[in-house]
Design a binder for this molecule. Structure first.
Ligand SMILES: [Zn+2]
Length: 234
């Protein structure tokens, strides 16, 4: 067993330098062995992050459990059955899923959390449907939830894609926005009036289309300028 001559930390045979202060390890009695077991965690930051995430998940769980149980108990004592409390309780359950689920993952894949969030919101709305009844869920709320989830997931995937040309990202994001607003008004009109009459979404959609075109032109000009610079060697 070696100890750092500078800071005194315990060192394994796998260390050439002290992991704490960086001083070179020279111990003729212990030969360097790259495969030897390390006496400390490989990635301290990783372990620290995991502990913080678990602590955050627990704190959030406790904070949301208090109003959840209180609301159900109050309703049970007042009415003798669970009635109105099911709506705020399911909203708290949704908040729990939306907040705690991302804490359990070490790599923050935003598109995945958006996708899971969409499914959780669809489930929450389904619970509301079971309590309130009506035709709003399948004809209105569910299509809009999935449309919004798909637009956000697509936008997030394209923004975080590494090997995609930046102007192309901007073009696709505006095109997604254009399709989103038009389909959104279509869904609203079908539910409220039973027919499709587009107005505000067309103005917004055309603006998004023009912005997408502007991004394409600017991108092309920048690219042409770059190519010219390369050809002229400056
Ligand atoms: Zn040291």
């Amino acid at each position: 067993m070696s100890y750092c001559v500078n800071c005194g930390v315990e060192l394994g045979a796998s260390e050439k330098h002290c992991p704490l202060c960086g001083v070179e390890v020279i111990n003729p009695a212990v030969r360097f062995d790259a495969g030897a077991e390390k006496p400390f965690p490989m990635d301290i930051e990783k372990v620290r992050h995991k502990l913080v995430r678990i602590a955050a998940a627990r704190i959030l769980g406790v904070l949301l459990a208090i109003p959840f149980i209180s609301i159900l108990l109050v309703d049970l004592v007042q009415d003798g059955a669970l009635t109105w409390s099911l709506i705020p309780a399911s909203a708290i359950a949704l908040a729990f899923m939306l907040a705690v689920f991302p804490c359990l993952f070490s790599k923050p894949r935003v598109w995945f959390f958006i996708l899971m969030g969409t499914l959780e919101i669809a489930l929450f709305l389904f619970v509301l449907l079971m309590i309130l009844g009506g035709s709003w869920y399948y004809l209105f709320a569910l299509p809009i939830t999935f449309l919004t989830g798909a637009a956000l997931t697509g936008g997030c995937l394209i923004i975080t894609a590494r090997k995609v040309w930046l102007p192309l990202k901007v073009i696709i994001v505006f095109l997604i926005l254009m399709v989103y607003v038009i389909v959104l008004q279509m869904l609203i009109e079908i539910y409220l009036r039973g027919c499709i009459k587009l107005d505000w979404s067309l103005y917004a959609g055309v603006s998004c289309g023009l912005l997408s075109l502007a991004a394409l032109i600017v991108g092309r000009l920048v690219q042409r300028n770059e190519n010219f610079r390369k050809q002229m060697f400056f």
